[in-house]
Design a protein around this ligand. Structure first.
Ligand code: GDP
Length: 455
């Protein structure tokens, strides 16, 4: 068992309950030094996973808090080591005092992610599941949380473990062939192996295909807010974010650069990009802004084309919307719905989704969010964790897929068994790194440093 670590697991904010965790050699004795059960029974004499009520005391016998305690003994705990948890009241000051007492009694402050790292090193979680813990903590949409929960339950690992085991079978056979060159690979075995490799190829490439969607779930979808100057683009950004992110003025041409922030609309995470108003200008700085607006439009997966509904649509605006909608999902936002309507939507733009909105009051944002949910329905399907969201994981799956394809090619071309074996072993190495079976310790350190303290 490793040395004893302790940390506040519930963050630094004031809350109803605050939890302090301990893990490692002497965890139970350490908690017994500060916690006195109301029953008088030591935690060392209490069964695992049983919540006990009592007081937490400093070294002079002064009461710090009243709360609950439980212990879980190795190997049946989150980290696989002896662990203890104190559930106190969530005052950062009181939690700090309790933690200080534990540190006086032999524990040291845990580093970020150290509890989960120990769980990984003790074989309690593979790496994709450990990474799912971070993703679940960081999730800011229902979708991201659901997917991370599915990964925590092992959705990715189940798929890749099956591939690994199939490759292992073939590799074992080819090892035998390499060691005993007189035994050829028989024709029917060859066909069987090709079939297995094709199945592996399909599983890995399907998994890799989910990465595009996974990125959107994690990082958000780029959404450009475009339109003429003064139609209310910055006001719309502020209304959607719920705070004053962009400067709003009635002077046309104030937003000269793009302003970005994220929000969740219709269950979809959006990276909103407020752009400079599109108009012909001689001002060099404004012109650069306009250029950037066009670039943002080209990159975007969704465009909010904002119009001022209190004035007629210009030919330029109609042209812009037509162009945007021909390549990208576009919603016309008819802003300033509080003013008398003077805008008529021309027949050629009839088919494009649109909604009235008042960016000043936020009225109409619900309808806009329903439109977005409808446009991106595929992002609303509950993912069961089988979506790759992590660059590292996607990189390993991609490398494994390439190696499996090469192994298949080598097998078909009748290349020597050791060449096939090399490719198979490359694929297995990648899958091994995916789950963390074969990973250098500096990579492991980097992954776990992304965690928060106490997890
Ligand atoms: P942008 O140049 O397109 O980013 O437009 P702004 O957001 O800076 O707004 C331009 C002007 O329109 C400001 O004076 C806003 O207060 C005003 N404005 C924006 N949205 C609305 C709205 O829904 N109703 C009304 N009446 N005025 C608005």
């Amino acid at each position: 068992m490793s040395d004893l670590i302790a940390a506040v697991a519930t963050g630094a904010a004031r809350s109803a309950i605050g939890i302090i965790r301990l893990s490692g050699e002497g965890a139970i004795d350490c908690v017994d030094a500060v916690f006195r059960a109301a029953s008088g029974r030591k935690m060392a004499d209490t069964p695992s996973n049983k919540l006990v009520y009592g007081g937490i005391y400093d070294e002079n016998g002064g009461l710090l808090d009243m709360g609950l305690c439980f212990v879980a003994r190795a190997p049946k705990s989150y980290t696989g080591e002896d662990t203890a948890e104190l559930q106190c009241h969530g005052s950062p000051a009181a939690l700090g005092e309790v933690l200080a007492e534990l540190l006086k009694n032999g524990a040291r402050q845990a580093k970020p992610g150290e509890f989960t790292k120990r769980a990984f090193l003790n074989g309690k979680l593979d790496l994709t599941r450990a990474e799912a813990v971070i993703d679940l903590i960081d999730a800011d949409t229902d979708l991201a949380a659901k997917n991370a929960a599915g990964q925590l339950a092992g959705a990715v690992t189940r798929k890749t473990d099956a591939v690994y085991s199939d490759l292992l079978d073939i590799a074992a056979h080819f090892h035998a062939v390499v060691d005993f060159p007189d035994d050829d690979v028989e024709e029917f075995e060859l066909r069987d192996y090709l079939g297995t490799l094709e199945r592996a190829e399909k599983t890995l490439s399907d998994l890799l295909d989910t990465f595009g969607r996974g990125r959107v779930i994690r990082d958000g979808l780029e959404c450009a807010i475009v339109g003429s100057p003064n139609v209310g683009k910055s006001s719309l950004l502020n209304a959607l974010l719920g705070f004053e992110r962009a400067i709003v003025t009635d002077i046309p041409g104030t937003t000269r650069d793009t302003v970005e922030d994220t929000c969740v609309l219709g269950g979809v995470k959006l990276r909103l990009i407020d752009t400079a108003g599109l108009r012909k200008t001689d001002d060099a700085v404004e012109m650069m802004g306009v250029e950037r607006s066009y670039a943002a439009m080209r990159r975007a997966k969704l465009i909010f084309a904002v119009l001022d509904s209190s004035r007629p649509m210009t030919g330029e605006e109609a042209e812009l919307i037509k162009k945007a909608a021909s390549t990208t999902r576009t919603v016309m936002v008819l802003n300033k719905s509080d003013l008398p309507v003077r805008l008529a939507v021309p027949a050629e733009l009839e088919g494009i989704p649109r909604t009235g909105l008042c960016a000043l009051t936020g009225e109409g944002t619900r309808k806009l969010s329903e439109l977005v949910a409808g446009l991106f329905q595929q992002y609303g399907d509950a993912p069961e964790g089988e979506i790759l969201t992590n660059d590292r994981q996607a990189g390993e799956v991609r490398a494994a897929l390439e190696a499996v394809r090469d192994a298949k090619g080598a097998l078909q071309e009748g290349v020597t068994p050791d060449a096939v074996l090399t490719e198979l072993e490359d694929a297995m190495d990648s899958l091994g790194r995916l789950g963390g079976r074969t990973l250098s310790s500096d990579v492991t350190d980097r992954i776990f440093s992304r965690f928060c303290v106490g997890k």
